[in-house]
Design a protein around this ligand. Structure first.
Ligand code: IPM
Ligand code: MG
Length: 364
């Protein structure tokens, strides 16, 4: 029997509700495959601001470093959403990314056939979409200094800084090539090399390391063109690699191809030999959804599938990850729908009912 330590950061809004289902599913994997998961939970985001005055405490970061993986819910809500406040829930997520060296953000977008009619695009355009947005997560304009506002001659000025070093670009691009090698062997590198110096270095580095991956077809797209191609020919994409801010924007756009944000998991990784902690953090991409929090109606599938990524990428438990994904597929194939996916003829299943169904399917 192997045992693993998992840090739980449920956060705000629907975070705690969906993390509870994710844990239920992990425990079911434990009983079926003979593993033990030991959880250490802590408060982050708005809840931590209320309790401690900070979104992320040093103790929390230290606790995380001692785990095998981090299972994260979501942070934020209307109570804390003043963008000018000194403490904001988002500082938890940014602090965890930086503090744990999670430079590679993997956001898979896979369209479930039954959702082809639920997107705002034509079903024939989105059917079969299966891509990954790989986003650089600890550099670029999110973390560059200076980042400030000041007043000069009675006028307000502002600066954000987009800075990258060679090794930061190289390590994320290599993750992109490696991911593509394990899939359909196509990498789209996104930049704005016609305007930005940072993008010119980005593209140069991509071209320099491409010969190490001769089996991968490489394509460069300017970010503005990429936003167009993503909705006109989404099926052509396999792995898209982009710097932090471009990846943020593109991954939200790409999520719309899947028909529902309630289905999309993500992983944030930082290889030890690249200056990271070797840890991975796993979270749904949908956020805290304050409008439906506390009602028990959130779709837990993105959290459950994030658990599958945790099993695969941090714990090396591929069969277990596949079993979770198959259980989700089976529950959906049997016609069960969480409220956000229910059609007029479906009886929607609430958060815990969906979790229970997935657990049942796992047990076989
Ligand atoms: C995301 C979110 C975050 C980001 C916010 C909450 C800081 O939009 O994970 O994509 O901008 O990275
Ligand atoms: Mg975002």
């Amino acid at each position: 029997m192997s045992s693993f330590n998992i840090g739980l950061l449920p956060g705000d809004g629907i975070g705690p509700e969906v993390v509870a289902e994710g844990v239920k599913v992990l425990d079911a994997v434990g009983s079926r495959f003979g593993h033990e998961f030991a959880y250490t939970s802590d408060t982050v985001g708005g809840a931590a601001i209320d309790a401690f005055g900070f979104a992320l405490r040093d103790e929390t970061l230290e606790m995380c470093k001692a785990q095998d993986a981090i299972f994260f819910g979501a942070v934020g809500g209307p109570k804390w959403d003043d963008p000018n406040a000194k403490v904001r829930p988002e500082q938890a997520i940014l602090g965890l990314r930086k503090g744990l060296g999670l430079f590679a953000n993997i956001r898979p977008v896979k369209m479930y056939d039954f959702l082809a009619d639920s997107t705002s695009l034509k079903p024939e355009v989105v059917r079969g979409v299966d891509l990954i947005v790989l986003r650089e997560l600890t550099g670029g304009i999110y973390f560059g200094k200076p980042q400030k506002q000041w007043v000069e001659n009675g006028e307000r000025h502002v600066v954000d800084t987009l800075a990258y070093s060679e090794h930061e670009i190289e390590r994320i691009v290599r993750v992109g090539f490696a991911l593509a090698q394990g899939r359909r062997k196509k990498l789209t590198s996104v930049d704005k090399a016609n305007v930005m110096e940072s993008s010119r270095l980005w593209r140069a580095i991509v071209l320099e390391i491409a010969p190490d991956y001769p089996d991968v077809e490489l394509e460069h797209l300017l970010v503005d063109a990429c936003t167009m191609h993503l909705i006109s020919r989404p099926g052509d994409f396999d792995v898209i690699v982009a710097e932090n801010l471009f990846g943020d924007v593109l991954s939200d756009e790409a999520s719309m191809l899947a028909g529902s944000m309630g289905m999309l998991p993500s992983a944030s990784l930082g290889a030890r030999d690249e200056g990271g902690t070797g840890l991975g953090m796993y979270e749904p991409i949908h956020g805290s959804a304050p409008d439906i929090a506390g009602q028990g109606i959130a779709n837990p599938i993105a959290q459950v599938l994030s658990g599958a990524m945790l099993l695969r990428l941090s714990l090396g438990l591929e069969a277990e990850a596949l079993a979770v994904e198959a259980a989700v597929d089976a529950v959906l194939a049997a016609g069960h729908r969480p409220p956000d996916l229910a059609g007029p003829n479906d009886t929607p299943k609430d958060t815990t009912a969906m979790g229970d169904l997935i657990v049942e399917a796992l047990a076989g």
